[in-house]
Design a protein around this ligand. Structure first.
Ligand code: SAM
Ligand code: SF4
Ligand code: SF4
Length: 496
């Protein structure tokens, strides 16, 4: 008999035996690594071996230090903060870990994986959860909110060439920005981004530029200062200064086809200028990442553009579908569903954990905690995309610390996924990130910012199924797991 045939027969025998004995399968190792037949076979074999170990003795067990269990509506998840792995367990395992049923062999399996240990006390699963006090960790300084030399079809900031009327709005002065940078550092912040609009259009009262602000930020202690730019205004001179100041740069590129890029930016010649800017950055050796926002207008050149970026010598770029904010609110701008599904949907679990991230996520949402965005008119938003409500104004209160400690920011930082519809019943809620402004936008005003379900998730915690549908809110506020898209999701996950 061929080795492959032998494996197949063994597989069937084991599968039947497992179904008969209702043995538990711990799936953690296969999650996020592509569950092919081999992986399944591997898990069955593992289970078999441990079971054959003949562990029948009753005993008391506890999860190891740094290992936590969280129940979902149907299944559960073990978070191993020592290794960073997150394991999904089935409903029978969930009952055992919760103490609702006894199965020492399963506990032994956990012991073998370093996830549990024998305990002379009564069986105790729960250990004290880590606690966390949030600090300011990241600031977007949106130094020119509305002004831009491009006028992109999807821009959340609705930026573009500025009219005289809009010019009259009172903007923060250079010294106010300097003070905000200083106050952010004093609050413990080490990372920031200078963004717009187009940040290279920024001019202070004495002609100061974005690089003057960046230099100040580096001088007073920001470890990471990134400028997010359309790259059209880069020159060898300003790039040399970027390099000298050890700044990072993020550049938007929509296509390797000039026409497509220019159609999105709505300005002829913008591609040529952006490509020239990228070349200058590359030649100067500046730490640069290229962002590719995916929409219907550029979906056909997506793969070529990704290759182009790679050949240019910049790191991996993960396409990010547009979010329904500002001019991006038009749903027709979204890529076609199969493309969107491939690049925009969470189709399988690939979660990681750590003691710090768990502590943070128990109290807040990783999308939001520790962050603020400040616009050029002093409005403070929870995030650069969250423009539906402000959490303060530096024109009304010049002390950033007051704003950070105020009800608005604190509510945002300490609103966890326990509040989010669907996620609150999901075992991955403390290791999974989402996007609140996107969730809010797709809930059509029917479910609030903190509660709206995440529209890019295909997991159904009530059935334990991945890629069976997507969560949707209808115009009446009704929630459904839309299974009509299942065939497309399945073809994407199987790589067809
Ligand atoms: C607003 S721009 C500001 C910086 C600079 N002007 C630029 O275009 O790179 C920052 C990034 O946000 C992206 N962006 C704008 N609107 C968006 C939306 N609705 N959804 C997702 N990304 C968006 C842009 O494509 C760009 O990559
Ligand atoms: S996305 Fe950037 S380049 Fe495009 S209009 Fe908005 S600010 Fe300008
Ligand atoms: S988005 Fe919500 S439902 Fe989906 S995996 Fe994350 S926590 Fe679970």
């Amino acid at each position: 008999m061929r080795y492959g045939d032998l494996c197949d027969r063994l597989f069937v025998v084991l599968e039947t035996w497992i179904l008969k004995t209702n043995l538990l399968v711990l799936e953690g190792e296969i999650l996020g690594q592509g569950a092919g037949d081999f992986s399944v076979f591997f898990v069955l074999r593992t289970t078999c071996r441990i079971s054959n170990g003949g562990v029948t003795k009753m005993g008391n067990y506890t999860l190891s230090g740094g290992v936590y269990f969280f129940a979902g509506a149907k299944r559960g998840a073990i978070y191993d903060t020592n290794t960073g792995k997150v394991y999904s367990v089935n409903s029978a395992a969930k009952q055992i870990i919760e103490g609702a049923s006894l199965d020492n062999s399963y506990w032994q399996q956990l012991v073998g994986m370093g996830l549990a240990s024998t305990n002379s006390d009564n069986c105790k699963v729960l250990q004290a959860l880590p606690k966390h006090q949030e600090n300011l960790r990241f600031v977007w300084f949106e130094i020119v909110s509305d002004a831009c030399n491009n006028c992109c079809i999807h821009c959340y900031a609705k930026s573009g060439p500025v009219s005289r009327r809009r010019c009259k709005t009172t903007k923060l002065t250079y010294s106010q920005w300097v003070s905000l940078i200083d106050q952010s550092v004093a609050a413990g912040c080490k990372r920031c981004q200078l963004i717009g609009g187009e940040p290279f259009l920024y001019r202070g009262e004495q002609g100061e530029s974005v690089l003057d602000l960046a230099e100040h930020a580096r001088k007073v202690g920001f470890e990471v200062v990134e400028i997010f730019t359309n790259a059209t205004l880069l020159t060898p001179e300003n790039v040399a200064r970027i390099k000298e100041l050890e700044l990072r740069v993020a550049v938007s590129l929509y296509s390797n086809e000039p026409d497509i890029h220019d159609t999105i930016t709505r300005r002829r010649g913008s591609y040529i200028e952006a490509a020239r800017g990228l070349r200058i950055l590359k030649d100067a050796g500046v730490n640069t990442r290229v962002e590719l926002i995916l929409m219907r207008a550029n979906q056909d050149t997506l793969l070529e553009t990704l290759s182009f970026i790679k050949e240019f010598g910049f790191g991996e770029t993960r396409p990010d579908p547009i979010r329904q904010v500002g001019r991006g609110s038009d749903l027709d701008l979204l890529p076609e569903f199969p493309v969107f599904a491939k690049y925009g949907l969470r189709l399988k679990p690939d979660f990681k954990t750590s003691l710090l991230s768990l502590a943070r996520n128990l109290r807040g949402n990783p999308c939001l905690n520790g962050k603020i965005a400040i616009t050029d008119v002093g409005v403070v938003y929870p995030c650069i995309f969250s423009r539906s409500f402000s959490v303060g104004s530096v024109l009304e209160d010049a002390y950033l610390e007051n704003i950070i400690q105020g009800d608005g920011v604190q509510r945002v930082w300490y609103s966890s996924k326990d509040a989010v519809v669907v996620c609150k019943d999901c075992e991955f809620r403390y290791c999974c990130a989402d996007c609140r402004p996107l969730a809010e936008a797709r809930a059509f005003g029917k479910i609030g910012y903190f509660e709206a379900p995440y529209p890019r998730c295909t997991y159904n915690p009530y059935t334990g199924e991945w890629a069976g549908g997507v969560w949707k809110v209808d115009s009446e506020g009704g929630l459904c797991y839309d299974e009509s898209v299942k065939p497309i999701l399945q073809s994407v996950t199987s790589g067809v």
